[in-house]
Design a protein around this ligand. Sequence first.
Ligand code: GRF
Length: 188
Amino acid sequence: MIDVAIFASGTGTNFVNLVKNEKLNKYINIDLLVCDNGEAKVIEEAKNLGIKVLVFNPKEYKEKKDYEKMLLEKTSKYKYLILAGYMRIISEYFLKNYNGKIINIHPSILPKYKGLNAIERAYNDKEKEIGVTIHYVNEKVDDGKIISQDKFIVDYNKSLEEIISQVHKIEYDLYPKTLIEIFRKDNL
Ligand code: GRF
């Protein structure tokens, strides 16, 4: 069993989806939620699911390096960190000192639409296809090696909200599926 921590900042629907995926949880033990926002719904979700929570407030630290040092100490035992809507950039300092792999999910067909509001920007640009990418994390935003992608042809009779929920549906399928593949190989 591989111990992992999930980093999330928001609602936590991907977090819950991963925790509840029985097949995925045959390979990993989701041991800890790390959250940088004391108000985030994901905290309550983790507590209800009996998962340890580490909440920190970046504003209480002088520099990014200071809270990342704390995070490194708390997460060094995990071979993998899984980001699911974690809204902060992981710095080069963290990446250099973390002895494991960090995986992220982003709601666009990378390398297109890195950063915030990716679905909305793609929709407003009338992109033919919209999708989701799972990738390893490097020091740039939404930039590391791509692991998997899924996409669909956009029906512009649908509202942005409908397209956003279509993207989320893909996320709930692609993220566990991709992680199972990674952890299955890791276990061989
Ligand atoms: C997801 O769309 C994910 O791709 C992005 O942030 C969102 C998180 O949503 N990185 P949730 O908190 O899992 O509901």
